[in-house]
Design a protein around this ligand. Structure first.
Ligand code: NAI
Length: 335
C-alpha cells in the first residue's frame, strides 16, 4: 500500500465540499490505490457542521480514507499538506460592490498564501476554487514567496466541462467524442470558450456546427451558465464544481491523455500576448505532475477580441487589490 497523501480543503462544510470530499475519499481524484488524509478547514462557526460531515465520511468506510482531521484555522490545517484545495471564500453580501468582494477575499487568500508558505509541504499543489478564483490565486501565490507560482492554479475546468457538455449535446455525441475545447481567461462572464481547435470525432468542430450558433448562443450560454443554474435551482453549481476540481487535480497529478488539451487557470508567462502576472486560463497538457501551455495555436481576430476583453478584466481586478499584494517575487522563481 502507498503512503497516504495529505489533502487540505477549505470551506469543507460548504455545498461543493459535500460532493467533493466523498469523491476524493473514494479515490476519484488521486487514483484508486492512493490512500488519503483529509485535513478539513472551516471558519469557527461552521465547525459543528464540519463534525457532522466527518461522521458521514467515516460512515462510508472508504478503504482509501486513512484519517480525517478538523481545523478552524489554516495554519494548522495546511500543516505538511501535499495538496491544498482552497474552496471556501466570502460570498457577495447585500450591498457589497465587486471591489469590496475582491478586497475581503484578498485578506482571506493572503492569510492562506502565508500559511501555505510556512506550513505546507514544499511541493504542495494548490487549486483555488473560491471566487473570484483567478485573482484569489494571484493573491495566495504572491503571499507564498517560498513556493513557485507554478504550484498554484485556479479552477476553470468547470467552464471547460460545461462547454464540452453543451457541444456534445448540440452534436448529438457524448463528451468522450470531443477533444481540445479551450477556455481562455477569467472564471467570469468575460471568459472565452474557444471551439476553433476543438474536435468532434477527430474532425474540426467548427466544420460541424453553425458559426452563428457558436457566436450567438454557445459562447454567452457557457459564460452565463453559473447564473442560469442559480436561476433554475435556487442554488449555485456544487456537484459539477466538485467534479471539475477532481478532473483538474487528476490531470495535473496524473497527466492528460496523449494529445489532449485541457483548460487551467495559471500565472501568465506572456504566452499568446497575455500580460504577465495575472492568473489566466490557458490550454495546457500535463505530464509527470506538471502542466505546460500548448503553444502555436492560431488566434483569429474574433478570438483575439475575446482574449483581450477577459485579460482587461483580470488586469482591472489586479489593480483593485494591488495595494494588498506583496512585492512581486515571481521573476526570482518563475516556472
Ligand atoms: P458555500 O457557501 O456552500 O460554502 C463555502 C464554505 O466556505 C462555507 O462553509 C464557509 O463557512 C466556508 N468559508 C468561508 N470563508 C472561509 C475561510 N476563510 N476559511 C475556511 N472556510 C471558509 O459555497 P460553495 O457553493 O461550496 O462554493 C464555494 C466557493 O466556490 C464560492 O466562492 C463559489 O463562488 C466558488 N465557486 C467557484 C467555481 C469555479 O469554477 N471557480 C464554481 C462554483 C463555485
Amino acid at each position: 500500500m502507498r503512503r497516504p497523501v495529505r489533502i487540505a480543503v477549505t470551506g469543507a462544510a460548504g455545498a461543493i465540499c459535500y460532493n467533493l470530499l466523498f469523491k476524493i475519499a473514494a479515490g476519484e481524484m488521486m487514483g484508486r490505490d492512493q490512500p488519503v488524509i483529509l485535513q478539513l478547514i472551516e471558519i469557527p462557526d461552521a465547525m459543528e457542521a464540519l463534525r457532522g460531515l466527518a461522521m458521514e465520511l467515516e460512515d462510508c468506510a472508504y478503504p482509501l480514507l486513512h484519517t480525517i482531521t478538523l481545523h478552524d484555522n489554516v495554519e494548522d490545517g495546511f500543516s505538511n499538506c501535499h495538496y491544498a484545495l482552497l474552496v471556501g471564500a466570502r460570498p457577495r453580501g447585500p450591498g457589497m460592490e465587486r471591489s469590496d468582494l475582491l478586497e475581503v477575499n484578498a485578506e482571506i487568500f493572503a492569510r492562506q498564501g502565508k500559511a501555505l508558505n510556512d506550513f505546507a509541504n514544499r511541493d504542495v499543489k494548490v487549486l483555488v476554487t473560491g471566487n473570484p478564483a483567478n485573482t484569489n490565486a494571484l493573491i495566495a501565490s504572491r503571499n507564498a514567496p517560498k513556493l513557485s507560482p507554478s504550484q498554484f492554479t485556479c479552477l476553470t475546468r468547470l467552464d471547460h466541462n460545461r462547454a464540452k457538455g453543451m457541444l456534445a449535446s448540440q452534436c448529438g455525441v457524448t463528451a468522450r467524442d470531443i477533444q481540445n475545447i479551450i477556455i481562455w481567461g477569467n472564471h467570469s462572464p468575460t471568459q472565452y470558450p474557444d471551439l476553433h481547435h476543438a474536435r468532434v470525432f477527430g474532425r474540426p468542430a467548427m466544420g460541424q456546427i453553425d458559426t452563428s450558433w457558436y457566436r450567438n448562443e454557445f459562447i454567452p450560454r457557457v459564460q452565463e451558465r453559473g447564473s442560469e443554474i442559480i436561476k433554475a435551482r435556487g442554488l449555485s453549481s456544487a456537484a459539477s464544481a466538485a467534479q471539475a476540481i477532481v478532473d483538474q487535480m487528476h490531470n495535473w497529478t496524473q497527466g492528460t491523455e496523449p494529445g489532449e488539451i485541457v483548460s487551467m487557470g495559471i500565472l501568465s508567462d506572456g504566452s499568446y500576448g497575455i500580460e504577465k502576472g495575472v492568473f489566466f486560463s490557458f490550454p495546457v497538457r500535463c505530464n509527470y505532475g506538471r502542466y505546460q501551455i500548448v503553444h502555436g495555436l492560431d488566434i483569429n481576430d474574433f478570438s483575439r477580441k475575446h482574449l483581450t476583453a477577459t485579460e482587461l478584466e483580470l488586469l482591472e481586478e489586479k489593480a483593485i487589490v494591488e495595494h494588498l499584494l506583496p512585492k512581486d517575487t515571481e521573476e526570482s522563481h518563475n516556472n
